[in-house]
Design a protein around this ligand. Structure first.
Ligand code: SIN
Length: 297
């Protein structure tokens, strides 16, 4: 049976959200996914790098159980409120501007913009996958964007592809995407001095072998072996290909949406929203199994 016939017999479908990144998966309840449905989701995820599931009524435990099918989960990092995790569920992180009874935000990232990034790429083996489940959404703003890093690589002029072959970028570990300094880090202004990890500029996807431009975060990045001015100019040039609108999917949230992305094959960002409105996402993260490997093509 072909994939299409098989998915039709399961009542599932994958509809691309853009020509280059993301697909909406229809016909599945993530609280109750059988092996055939999971195989369909897994294959669609490798093909589209980001998946959307609408109308999912999931407990935090069900979100964890679905996430775990992709691999071991990271425990949530310490949030800006000093908490380590949701009590009893260390794999669930809250992204929220909502304030608790003590007046502190119950989650991370507030209501501001989260700039383009891929998650925790300052680590040697960054997380493979991140997943958000929308519990409360603001009436306007707070949209999440994905951009496709295979399409970004393909868009580079051949001369630029040749120039970056073999180069590595330092992925800075000072700031998170909301601009907050990470716990325990003393910030410096010099990208060459900041904590972080060097990864190849172009990596190969471990499942598909596709070449991916792997940029991490723009702030405090540095290209190994280049002086600061050369490094900044080359980074600016590379970033200008990655984040073009034609390479991006913009997700406008509804309650019950689950959006998941591959941290090697995409970057993401979030629009700001009115701090007086409420936004609450439950988030999980699949551990990175491997160091990003250079694309050999
Ligand atoms: C994130 O960067 O993981 C959060 C994105 C969002 O809040 O939409």
């Amino acid at each position: 049976m072909s994939d299409t016939a098989q998915s039709a017999s399961m009542g599932m479908d994958a509809r691309p959200l853009t020509p280059v990144v993301g697909a909406e998966i229809l016909g599945v309840d993530l609280g109750n996914v059988d092996d055939a449905q999971f195989a369909f989701i897994r294959q669609a995820f490798d093909r589209h790098a980001g998946l959307l599931f609408r109308g999912q009524d999931l407990s935090p435990e069900q979100l964890v159980a679905f996430s775990r099918r992709f691999g071991d989960l990271d425990h949530a990092p310490i949030m800006e409120n000093g908490q380590t995790a949701v009590p009893g569920l260390p794999e669930v992180y809250l992204v929220s501007n909502i304030k608790g009874p003590d007046g502190k935000e119950i989650g991370s990232l507030g209501a501001g913009e989260a700039v383009w990034h891929t998650d925790m790429s300052y680590l040697a083996a960054p997380p493979d996958i991140s997943m958000l489940h929308a519990i409360e959404v603001p009436p306007a703003g707070g949209d999440t964007w994905l951009c496709g890093m295979n399409a970004a690589y393909n868009a580079l002029p051949e001369e630029l592809k040749r120039r970056v072959k073999g180069l590595r970028i330092k992925h800075d570990g000072t700031y998170n995407s909301g601009g907050y300094v990470r716990q325990g880090v003393t910030p410096t202004d010099d990208p060459r001095e900041s904590p972080g990890t060097y990864h190849p500029v172009v990596i190969a996807h471990p499942n598909t072998g596709q070449p991916l431009l792997y940029l991490g975060r723009r702030r405090m990045a540095h290209i190994e072996g280049l002086d600061l001015a050369e490094s900044e100019a080359l980074l600016d040039e590379l970033w200008s290909y990655a984040t073009r609108e034609e390479n991006a999917y913009r997700h406008h949230w509804r309650i019950g949406d689950v959006l998941m992305w591959d941290n090697r094959a995409t970057m993401h960002r979030r629009d700001p929203f009115d701090a007086a409105s409420r936004r609450l996402m439950r988030r999980t993260q699949v551990k990175g199994a491997l160091k990003p490997a250079a694309y050999a093509g």
